[in-house]
Design a protein. Structure first.
Length: 66
């Protein structure tokens, strides 16, 4: 039986599934990115993403039962 976990919510303080985590393949890639990328570059990327997000037009969600 596979346990369904919302990693974004439940693993905030670390992975709760350990070796059974379906996202293990991304751990090595992420660790390599962090080790090989300067903090200044990571902060620059975050700032670009933040500016892109705030410059997007608002997204309206209209309920189906309106």
């Amino acid at each position: 039986m596979t346990k369904t976990v919302n990693c974004q919510v439940e693993c905030v303080n670390g992975c709760i599934l350990g070796e059974e985590c379906p996202n293990q393949e991304f751990v090595a890639e992420t660790s390599q990115f962090i080790q090989n990328t300067s903090l200044d570059k990571i902060l620059e990327m975050a700032e670009i993403a933040r500016l892109k997000k705030i410059s997007e037009p608002p997204k309206w969600i209209i309920p189906d039962d309106f």
